[in-house]
Design a protein around this ligand. Structure first.
Ligand SMILES: O=C(O)C/C(=C\C=C(/O)C(=O)O)C(=O)O
Length: 250
């Protein structure tokens, strides 16, 4: 099953999505086409969002970092940075080195505190896709993790929907791709994550109680490709969803 959040007739509502992703089932029992819907980020208001940087050895290598960091690079995302499927993302005038980062996102389903990796996936309700844009000019001379880069308004497209965990037999066996104006610029797999989804849930749950709706962005594979206003950026995680975003001047 898939669930999405849309803006419909003046209301912010959660809907179920047909298996083929083509229609949305409204709470009143009626259906509307998915094409043309006003997609909102499938983020629960008040939930926390954690993100992991440098979780793929090939991406770390292209950026000049060690293949594996001594400690995981965790940062937080505020609600302001999310924008839904088919949304616009502003690229600042001095952000010539802005690049998309396709990521699998795990959504927590029940409170998790000090859970083990072996049991961690039982606490995951579902999965979605994020494009955690980075702006390299803003990263190079600043400490990490960096809110100036990673928490800008509407710079993290997410969605289109959340797929139930029951429909994702192995979150570590999914292709991750990004296409910019049709050109393939990222082509990885969740199999190459340094910390798996289960290890991340367990690790984070030792520091913070993870609550229903909390999200974990799990990092991106190699493929730094600078984008410009006017670009159509499509990030996709196999079996989860295809997220479309439009870069605009900002
Ligand atoms: O891009 C960097 O230099 C590292 C970084 C974030 C990286 C990711 O989001 C990622 O690898 O998925 C940072 O904030 O410093």
């Amino acid at each position: 099953m898939k669930r999405a959040r849309i803006y419909h007739r003046g209301r912010d509502i959660w809907v179920s999505v047909s298996a083929d992703g083509q229609s949305l089932h409204l709470p009143d029992g009626s259906f509307i086409p998915a094409d043309g819907a006003s997609w909102l980020p499938p983020v629960t208001p008040g939930a926390s969002s954690y993100a992991l940087g440098l979780n793929f050895a090939d991406h770390n290598k292209e950026l000049g970092f060690a293949p594996k960091l001594a400690t995981p690079l965790i940062f937080m995302k505020g609600g302001n940075c999310f924008v839904g499927h088919e949304g616009d993302t502003p690229r600042p005038a001095d952000g010539n080195q802005m690049h998309p980062e396709c990521e699998l996102v795990a959504v927590i389903g029940r409170p998790a505190r000090n859970v083990t990796s072996a049991e961690a996936l039982d606490y995951v309700a579902g999965y979605t896709v994020a494009n955690d844009y980075a702006i390299r000019e803003y990263l190079e001379n600043y400490y990490r993790p960096n809110a100036r880069v990673k928490n800008r308004d509407a710079t993290t497209p997410i969605g289109p929907w959340i797929v139930d965990a029951a429909d994702v037999p192995d979150p570590q066996a999914l292709a991750i791709t990004t296409r910019v104006n049709g050109e393939l610029v990222q082509n990885g797999t969740t199999a190459d994550m340094i910390m798996s989804v289960a290890e991340l849930v367990a690790y984070l749950s030792c520091h913070s109680t993870l609550m229903p709706g909390d999200m974990i962005l799990t990092g991106t594979p190699q493929g730094v490709h600078f984008c410009a206003p006017g670009d159509r950026v499509v990030t996709e995680v196999e079996g989860i969803g295809r997220l479309v975003n439009h870069l605009v001047a900002g």
